[in-house]
Design a protein around this ligand. Structure first.
Ligand code: GDP
Length: 362
């Protein structure tokens, strides 16, 4: 008897045997297999042909934290290195609202008119892609984002600045191997990220605004010192006079700085990204800079210095990761921290104990 309720002793409703339970998974649905990871060789081949999809996919692997992705990414980078280097790398910084996206859109189109290809990358350690990156977001660069020769990539998602910057630097290598002869690296003009961008570009452009009253106060001296060119945006309408005043102030402020190692005296120009005024002049300055540093040899020196810098940066980063992500060390650090805070041990002996343990296990 299928259903006990149908027994004579229960004089009530009968229960039909009913239909069998259908399988919960649609049997007609083909099982989706995860596409196997491409090999480094396949990716490199696509990159060298200038295939944008392959380039995007490779950049995703560069940004991935998974060790299997990283292994492929590192091989791809290594294989692309001989084909890299042949581009103008330009860093662009400015505080939020300075007009970076508007300007990159018009600067980008200006550059592309001369032929070639342009990659726009970004470094923004504060942004997480899932929350919507504030930098490199395609919608911010309306014209470039639909241009067939432009590749726009938002900042790698949040992590240590060193980590985010290293990934961007590796992405530059891939873009160059894919034939991109112009690379823009954008960053917000606040904090440490300028130093990271400065250490991977040939020319560093600082976008400034006029009309805030105290133009020079708000700017960190360090950022001005890094700039190879300062451009004052929004020189349009009744803002022109103020922009020119700011230009004069920046010019005289720059006189107080020592001549940079490039031997190039940074220029100060005004322009309007929105109304597209003064764009060729800004680009003419950048062209002159490149001609100048190519001629005096600084271009190669700066790239060599940067390569060395990144080697040590990468070593530092990997050492730190290895140390701080070691479970035994993590536990020990927590315990030592409490002892130090409770004045039971000095900072120095606590640090020594942890380091000794780390090196003992090597
Ligand atoms: P970002 O935050 O540095 O990327 O700045 P945006 O490019 O988003 O620009 C911030 C605001 O300034 C926007 O409302 C732009 O329309 C405006 N803007 C940008 N460039 C100019 C310009 O040349 N002139 C004027 N008047 N406004 C501009």
């Amino acid at each position: 008897m299928e259903h006990i309720e149908n027994d004579k002793q229960f004089g009530g409703l009968t229960v039909n045997s009913g239909v069998s339970q259908p399988p919960s998974v649609n049997p007609y649905l083909k099982k989706r297999r995860k596409a196997p990871l491409p090999t480094a060789g396949e990716l490199v081949e696509g990159i060298l042909k200038g295939n944008m999809t392959t380039l995007s996919r490779s950049v995703t692997l560069v940004e991935s934290l998974s060790p299997s992705h990283q292994a492929i990414a590192q091989e791809v980078i290594e294989k692309c290195l001989p084909y890299s280097g042949n581009s103008r790398r330009i860093g662009i910084t400015g505080v939020p609202g300075a007009g970076k996206s508007t300007s990159i859109d018009v600067f980008g189109l200006h550059v592309l008119k001369q032929g070639g290809k342009l990659a726009v990358l970004a470094i923004d350690p504060s942004s997480e892609r899932t929350k919507g990156s504030i930098l490199g977001d395609k919608t911010r660069m309306e014209k470039l984002s639909v241009h067939p020769d432009a590749f726009i990539r938002p900042s790698p998602s949040a992590g240590s600045l060193g980590g985010v910057a290293r990934k961007t630097r590796e992405t530059i290598v891939l873009c160059e191997a894919a034939g991109f002869n112009n690379i823009f690296v954008e960053t917000v003009g606040v904090g440490q990220s300028e130093t990271a961008v400065h250490s991977m570009v040939d020319f560093f452009l600082l976008i400034q605004l006029a009309g805030t009253g105290d133009e020079l106060q708000g700017i960190k001296r360090g950022i001005m010192e890094m700039a190879d060119g300062i451009v004052i945006n929004k020189a349009d309408g009744d803002n022109i006079a103020r922009a020119q005043l700011a230009q004069a102030q920046f010019r005289s402020a720059l006189h107080l700085f020592p001549t940079p190692a490039s031997g190039w005296t940074p220029e100060v120009l005004t322009y309007s990204g929105y109304f597209e005024l003064g764009i060729p002049e800004v680009w003419d300055m950048i062209d002159r800079y490149f001609a100048f540093v190519m001629q005096n040899g600084y271009f190669g020196q700066r790239r060599a210095q940067q390569a060395r810098y990144w080697m040590y940066e990468t070593i530092d980063e990997q050492l730190r990761n290895h140390f701080y992500h070691n479970p035994e060390i993590e536990n020990m650090l927590a315990e030592k921290e409490m002892r130090v805070l409770a004045n039971q041990q000095s900072s120095f002996t606590a640090a020594k104990d942890v380091l000794d343990r780390y090196f003992q296990n090597r």
